[in-house]
Design a protein around this ligand. Structure first.
Ligand code: CTP
Length: 398
């Protein structure tokens, strides 16, 4: 379950066609255990009925400063004790009113009266989004500390194509979950390696490792959620994996490229987490042209690749280094062996049969005090557990 259970979110809905996405967002939030108080502008009620949000949130829906059903101090009460106000969709008109401090309906009034963070997910036609006035307003809101989620580019309800679409409900949900997480790594820089490496044998073939990159990407996200500035050095992984949480992503292919990228980005990093399944060997002399079949046997000379993690950990200015050990047996013995050999404060060990390629994982953390198993779970939940442990060790080194 996403770590938003028990939080109270005020969801503002303004009058745009993307208001239907707010219904799905409400469902996602409620399913994850959050309490959602929906506040609609008058225009929003033209797109989606308040009854829809009432049914999905299981709570009253607010829309007017004046109507009888309202509490007299709704504009204040609703945000007291709330963890965030999220306005999705946020129209150009709403952003303009907000940027100018106006309070001429319930939603703008409670935004001005709030004592919790505010997030907005803009949604409008591309020309409206590109207007200097809109851009000025969004820049002003960002400068005022409002978190702006999106917008995305793509096909619009009006048939035009461009920037201005509201993010999908799941994307807004993910961003909100990230936003409300504790920020123990605020101000820290974290670099991770993820995915496999590919060591070319000829222009079309090569040696690689079985690694989806999912654990590394989940950890990058967990570090970003915890407030870190993340650099992700990724081997060849499936395109669909999102790295939008990383401030910087560097794509590499081979172990040598990964090493160069890591060393170049190393200065100033506080933490280095080596999740990548780096190929231990590479062909000594890759063929310039495709190797033709014919011979019954074929010998390929391999040379050892540099151990990126060991090299980083051995530097006098080494950041806090975390290694991974994916084993098929004797987990504790091998993982602890790697921790000592590479002089690491922490190794994350897992049995390959528990995590490889899938969406869940079960890991044990090995540090100077012993072995600490984490509960099995989806890779993001496991990643958050690893980040908490890193943060504890950095605070109180053994
Ligand atoms: N690692 C690295 N560079 C390498 C090899 C590994 O940075 N050339 C990192 C991995 O990202 C991981 C850890 O080191 O964090 C794994 O340690 P290693 O001893 O290399 O694991 P294996 O390659 O699996 O070793 P073995 O085959 O001996 O089990």
């Amino acid at each position: 379950m996403a770590e938003i259970a028990g939080k109270r979110i005020v969801l503002g809905v303004t009058g745009g066609i993307a208001a239907y996405k707010a219904a799905e967002l409400t469902r996602l939030l409620v399913k994850a255990g959050a309490t959602v108080d929906v506040v609609m502008t008058e225009a929003a009620t033209r797109f989606v009925s308040a009854v829809t949000f009432q049914a999905l949130s299981g709570r009253p829906v607010w829309s007017s400063l004046w109507s009888d059903e309202n509490r007299s101090m709704a504009h204040i009460d609703l945000t007291r004790g709330a963890d965030a106000v999220l306005v999705a969709p946020a129209t150009a008109d709403f952003l303009a009113r907000l940027a100018h401090g106006m309070a001429n309906d319930l939603l703008t009034t409670l935004c001005q009266a709030r004592d919790c963070p505010l997030l907005v997910a803009p949604a409008m036609n591309r020309q409206m989004w590109e207007q200097p006035a809109t851009q000025r307003n969004v820049a002003q809101l960002a400068a005022d500390g409002v978190a702006v989620l999106g917008p995305a580019a793509g096909e619009q309800a009006c048939g035009e194509v461009g920037e201005g679409r509201m993010l999908e409900a799941q994307e807004v949900f993910d961003a909100l979950v990230a936003f409300v997480q504790p920020k123990p790594l605020a101000g820290k820089k974290v670099m991770l390696t993820a995915g496999p490496t590919f060591e070319a044998l000829d222009p079309v073939r090569g040696l690689t490792n079985t690694s989806s990159g999912k654990m590394g990407f989940a950890l990058a996200r967990a570090c970003a959620e915890a407030g870190a500035e993340v650099t992700l050095v990724a081997g060849p992984v499936c395109e669909s994996q999102s790295s939008r949480y990383a401030a910087k992503r560097i794509d590499v292919v081979s172990a040598l490229e990964m090493r160069d990228a890591v060393l170049a980005a190393l200065p100033g990093q506080d933490v280095f987490i080596a999740v990548a399944a780096v190929a231990d060997y590479r062909p000594a002399s890759p063929s310039e042209h495709k190797i033709k079949k014919g011979a019954q046997t074929l010998s390929i000379e391999l040379v050892a690749n540099p151990d990126i993690l060991a090299e980083v950990a051995a530097r006098p200015d080494a950041p806090f280094c975390v290694g991974f050990a994916a084993e098929s047996r004797n987990l504790a013995e091998y993982a602890e062996g790697k921790r000592k050999a590479k002089k690491l404060p922490l190794v994350v060990g897992n049995l390959v049969q528990d995590g490889l390629g899938g969406d869940t994982n079960q890991v044990t953390l090995f540090d100077a005090t012993g072995a600490h198993p984490l509960p099995a779970g989806d890779k993001l939940a496991v990643a958050r557990g690893i980040v908490s442990h890193i943060e504890r060790l950095m605070k109180c080194p053994e």
